[in-house]
Design a protein around this ligand. Structure first.
Ligand code: FES
Ligand SMILES: [Fe+2]
Length: 336
């Protein structure tokens, strides 16, 4: 297994990454509380990149998704009443995606109903994929992660924050998946961790990293003993970070080959632990990661740059991610 060529992070291969990787993987598209009973929610999946119009709604309490594009001439639909309507020639759909009326036609046919889109719920996060290359269950191996506190079903009480980095989303994700940079990039975080005990466990389409804390710091109870943090990367744009104080989620939104937005959400279980151990000062850690991936982005453009080798153990999560990425890049998506 060799590292991907640095050309993968450039403009020329961006369309291929969008169609073969982003269009075939799962992304957080909404929160459970944004999808009400008795109405549809219109959302674009990865705005500006996939820009795929979706409609989300509940059927018997469970969230479902449909293409938000009209089955007549492809106008983008608008939520209307309990369902949706087309602003172009007035086609109406119910909250189950069924076409109710189709002006100009005697009655709607089977092809006139909305195309279902795969959605999955994890805590209060709703994921969607328009052409999933992997089942959602393979992103979150429950048997391995069952000891983690369940994801909260409620909206984030601290709201949401976001910032943008001048780097390809792959560079941001790759940096997240390895612990080798921690002592060099994050002096504060590395002071809270015993890096000799850092562990990486790639599995399925995810990667689990465990950080062991210094003795006096608060811990989470993992099957292998107390840990300071568990970082779970779900292919390829979601990161679940468990700390003794609660959960922080990073949602990665690619904006283009050199620009990425990261949205953060936090659920606090024990506010007294917020500033202790590996979960303290996360804004600072994020700034440090943002600066270093922008530094890599500049270097990756160099005509003289070449990818190096994987550091044993430290970069096992990165190697696994590249294998998964290569699988998607090697296979052409089935044409719709
Ligand atoms: S495009 Fe929607 S009814 Fe014609
Ligand atoms: Fe980092």
């Amino acid at each position: 297994m060799t590292l991907p060529p640095l050309s993968l992070y450039g403009e020329a291969r961006w369309p291929e990454l969008v169609e073969r990787v982003l269009a075939r993987s799962w992304h957080v598209v909404a929160s459970a509380d944004e999808v009400p009973e008795g109405a549809l929610l219109a959302r674009a999946l990865l705005p500006g990149v996939l820009d795929e119009p979706l409609l989300l709604g509940r059927v018997d309490g469970e969230v479902h998704g449909w293409s938000g594009v009209c089955t007549h001439r492809a106008a983008v639909l608008e939520p209307h009443g309990e369902g949706a309507r087309c602003p172009y020639h007035g086609r109406r759909f119910n909250r189950g995606g069924r076409c109710l009326t189709a002006p100009g036609f005697e009655r709607p046919g089977e092809d006139d109903h909305l195309r279902p889109v795969a959605v999955a719920t994890l805590g209060s996060l709703i994921f969607a994929s328009i052409a999933p290359a992997m089942p959602f269950a393979s992103l979150f191996p429950e048997q391995r992660l069952a000891w983690l506190p369940p994801l909260p079903a409620l909206p984030d009480p601290l709201g949401e924050a976001s910032f943008e980095v001048d780097a390809h989303f792959l560079l941001y994700v790759e940096n997240y998946l390895e612990g080798l940079h921690v002592p060099f990039v994050h002096p504060g975080l590395s002071a809270a961790l015993d890096l000799g005990d850092y562990r990486v466990e790639p599995a399925g389409w995810s990667s689990l990293q465990l950080g062991v804390g210094r003795e006096e710091e608060p811990t989470l109870a993992a099957p292998e003993g107390p840990i300071a943090a568990a970082w779970v990367g779900l292919f390829c744009t979601t990161m679940l970070n468990h700390y003794p104080w609660g959960l922080s989620v990073n949602i990665v939104e690619p904006l283009g080959p050199g620009r990425t937005r990261i949205r953060y959400r936090r659920w606090v279980r024990d506010a007294t632990l917020l500033e202790a151990g590996a979960g303290a000062g996360l804004e600072q850690v994020e700034r440090e990661d943002g600066a270093i991936v922008a530094c890599v982005q500049r270097g990756a453009r160099s005509r003289l740059a070449r990818p190096g080798q994987y550091a044993p153990k430290w970069e096992d999560g990165l190697r696994h991610f590249h294998q998964r990425l290569a699988e998607l890049l090697e296979t052409r998506p089935p044409s719709a």
